[in-house]
Design a protein around this ligand. Sequence first.
Ligand code: F6R
Length: 615
Amino acid sequence: MCGIVGAIAQRPVTEILLEGLSRLEYRGYDSAGLAIINADQHLQRERAVGKVVALKNKLKSKPLIGLLGIAHTRWATHGKPAERNAHPHVSNNRIAVVHNGIIENYEVLREELKAEGYQFESDTDTEVIVHLIEKAESQGMNLLEAVMSIKTRLRGAYALGVISNDEPDHLIIARHGSPLVIGLGLGENFIGSDIQALLPVTNRFIYLENGDTAQISRYEIALYDVTGESVERDIVQSNASMGSCELGEYRHFMHKEIFEQPQAIQATLDGRLEADAFVNCISGTTANGQTAQQVLKEVDEIQIIACGTSYHAGLIARYWIESMTDVPCNVEVASEYRYRRQPPKKNLLVITLSQSGETADTLAALEKVKQTGCLATLSICNVPESSLTRESDFTLMTLAGAEIGVASTKAFTTQLVALQILLGLLMQAKQADQAKIEHLITGLKQLPLLVEQVLDRDTAIETMAEDFIDKNNALFLGRGEQYPVAMEGALKLKEISYIHAEAYPAGELKHGPLALVDNEMPIITVAPNTVLLEKLKSNLEEVRSRGGVLYIFADKAAKIAKQDNIHIIEMPAIPESIAAIVYSVPLQLLSYYTAVFKGTDVDKPRNLAKSVTVE
Ligand code: F6R
């Protein structure tokens, strides 16, 4: 959360910073700001509440011109969205700081600085940082020394960009917990919260390690590790394209990304399936040199850890893993797992799932697992070189391409594909029945086409969504692995349309939620042709006989007749092994169209951000 961009160049940097901010807006969009050092060596700043465009508009009438600058788009943690809380924060009119993360001990530091005469303009935790740096500098340190010296005072997470009008040829950065990357140009260098921000200006990057500090000049990067020792870090050449961030013919990124799913799934499958076997596509080794194949042979328990939509992908995978192998699988949200005591388990494989690879809770849970001990850690992730992939023993990449819409869609379905590939590899390692392995492969090969067929129902789903415009609540039902599909459907609806939505296993209705059912409560359910179909139909009858209005995505074989309070969209025949993936798609479209009808900000729903890099 919060996006940082910075640049030091031989040309004016404002446009580069603004373009970077626009590309980082998915990380936060409460307010934005920019500071530069101008030709007279003065620090100048502009900030605006709202999206980056509000800052751009302000700068049109009052341009800031300089060759060194930092900028920020904010997701409020401490202090409401307001101009005075927007970054960059400034001390003594000469030092400016942008910050992503949370300083946990800011209250103590604030009191201490106030007692020394520093005046605070904002309610943020960040402002203590800039005053601490100013204090260190005024005691005789240069900017780099000042930043290094104050790091020991900060508890919590941070990625920092710092400039001072006394040092117009340097940009100082530091990282602890929150991500930060350096972009390398010719006679110019950049910083960003991720590479997306910098793709218009470079494709060569250095990823900072935790604890790193750097002094960035036009021609030189000096890097220091956590101990303050000078250090070299690898330069990574990225193949990421800028194009994936363009809307094209679509009105919203979410719609575009829903429609990109057949290609994203195909890309995640490419080269990973043979006619009768899964191809090992897991990279990495454990610290003692074990390969993924060796680990999968040895594993006797799996723990999946993730947040939000990624957590739902994990829940679905549990059904798959436990039905196809004898390996027990637990799934837990990272924010709980990280604070729960866990006994060490020798043959435990820990799988973290994350689109961004930067989710603070997931990273902290992984850190905890590594301390407690396990057989190996494996991340399934959409962002190469993210913190999660770098911290895990093994990585299995999803190839969804950049996902910009805050509501995760193609990242979710490609996570499910990656989880099936992992399942196939596990089954091979455990020498499972070959027919079952081939059955999985057959299902996966049909997947892109079946998702395309579901997308053809776009208009019918749009029409269905009209019924939801005036609703305040919705219930989602599913059975078996369709229960987490229902959970994901409910999450999508609530996050982008702001309709309160809950998901239940359909068999649980009579134990309480049935009391909520009346003709004002839409009930959305997915009914693929699985072993639980008849049970689900009985549960739906319980709802209908109490006046509930049902919206069902059903396999033809379900033979559910259209009636007054039953709305059905018929789905193509789908193999049970991939039903959870395919049935997620109509629920994404239903939420999307409901949000469009309600006029919400689909790609940037209120209060949320795409990459949750704070606890
Ligand atoms: C919902 C959504 C979030 C994320 C969650 C984890 O549509 O996108 O619930 O799934 O914040 O993010 P990642 O997968 O990046 O760890």
